[in-house]
Ligand binder design. Structure first.
Ligand SMILES: CC(C)(COP(=O)(O)OP(=O)(O)OC[C@H]1O[C@@H](n2cnc3c(N)ncnc32)[C@H](O)[C@@H]1OP(=O)(O)O)[C@@H](O)C(=O)NCCC(=O)NCCS
Length: 369
């Protein structure tokens, strides 16, 4: 892609010509008007403005360089990139605060509802506790179309009180379940005598010949995601474009995706990751009508992660059947929580309350950084 090559080679703050231009420019709707010395909170147009100041802000907040390729992947390669919204606080012509909303779709009882993930919320250290983030969250709520559900994967202690005061509530059940792949492997890895496979195998372990690797997601997966999503009371929409963006084309992480196939039909999809010797079920979607699922997919995940050096396997699960199956496969609840929270607009309240939500945490709130 044009912008990927340009970014890798030469993008630096100020080089706006390197960035793609969307047809539905956001700047046209929200003109910029900063008076000297005044702090304004406004929508930022990714396609009309140079993203250099956003990158500079992130570097000032986290004290390390931002990988341009990663930034481009996140903001411009997303299959719904045109719908990504960024809100900024500008003081004396400088961007000192920003927060991003990444589009998603929540399907509740077969009906699609707009949703956004809150990501990249940051304020320059010398501008904190002046109400910038509060103002930006309120601005986002006002300007986002369609009264969306807003989700936060928050690890920062500072952001919780803000989210709570804005009406975010914790998604429950809210804990990880964890299993050891084998006591011997666990002890060896604790002693530093066992390390994860350098190049994890793409193949399914023995006894799991009903599983096969997915190199790229395609049309057959779209069909599977559509039909299976209808079985769940509430679930975030997946499609091949999203799965490829998130798990295949991602520049800074490696995942292994597998599908279970029975009689020529996909019956389950799992996405696995290894962080050192820590195995993770990053995503799992199973055919609810199969009595042997999700247990078989969980056992497959344990076997694959163990074969590739995982000493334990963690899975964040809100869905009650999934939690039950994890327990049946030897997982225990250690009480750790990723602090997933959601702001549910009153329009969606009724539908949201009476459902069993299937939410995965991916690999936490740093997965896109
Ligand atoms: C978290 C962060 C975005 C807050 O931005 P901010 O503009 O300073 O926040 P605000 O001034 O709007 O504060 C809003 C509320 O958040 C809470 N808050 C903010 N900073 C806090 C802190 N250091 N300790 C405790 N609570 C804090 C308070 O409830 C505050 O309300 P109050 O001032 O009325 O008590 C900012 O500290 C930051 O950039 N941190 C580093 C990056 C980060 O952790 N991002 C969040 C990733 S999940």
């Amino acid at each position: 892609m044009r912008w990927e090559r340009r970014l890798a080679a030469d993008v630096s703050p100020g080089m706006d010509h390197a960035w793609p231009v969307a047809s539905n420019s956001q700047a046209m709707q929200h003109p910029i008007a900063a008076l000297p010395g005044e702090t304004i909170h406004r929508s930022f147009d990714l396609y009309r403005e140079t993203p250099g100041p956003l990158i500079a802000l992130k570097e000032a907040v986290y004290g390390r360089p931002v990988d341009r390729k990663l930034f481009a992947w996140k903001y411009f390669a997303h299959p719904r990139a045109d719908e990504i919204r960024v809100f900024v606080g500008e003081s004396r012509g400088e961007i000192v605060a920003a927060t991003t909303r990444l589009p998603a779709t929540l399907i509740i009882g077969g009906v699609e509802h707009p949703a956004y993930f809150n990501i990249d919320s940051m304020v320059r250290p010398d501008h904190r506790r002046k109400g910038h983030m509060r103002a930006l969250y309120k601005l986002a709520c006002k300007q986002l179309p369609g009264a969306p559900l807003l989700i936060s994967k928050g690890s920062s202690e500072e952001i919780y009180p803000l989210l709570r005061s804005l009406g975010h509530r914790v998604l429950r059940p809210d804990t990880f379940l964890v299993s050891r792949t084998s006591p011997v492997r666990w002890i060896l890895s604790r002693l530093g005598l066992r390390s994860p496979a350098e190049h994890p195998s793409k193949l399914a372990p023995a006894d799991f010949d009903d599983f096969e690797p997915i190199a790229r997601f395609g049309k057959e997966h779209d069909g599977y995601f559509d039909s299976v999503s209808r079985q769940f009371s509430a679930i975030f929409r997946r499609d091949a474009a999203y799965m490829n963006w998130r798990y295949v084309d991602i520049p800074h992480r490696q995942y292994a995706s597998f599908q279970r196939v029975n009689d020529g039909q996909i019956t389950s999809v799992v996405v696995l990751a290894l962080h050192g010797t820590r195995g993770l079920i990053v995503d799992i979607l199973w055919d609810i009508e199969r009595r042997d699922e999700p247990d078989r997919s969980i056992r497959f995940s344990q076997a694959w992660l163990s074969d590739n050096g995982g000493a334990n396997v963690a899975c964040f699960a809100t869905h009650l059947r999934l939690r039950e199956a994890l327990r049946a496969c030897g997982f225990v609840d250690r009480g750790d929580t990723p602090h997933l929270s959601a702001f549910v607009p009153s329009e969606q309240e009724g539908a949201f309350r009476c459902t069993v939500l299937h939410v995965v945490d991916g690999d936490g709130d740093t997965e896109l950084s």
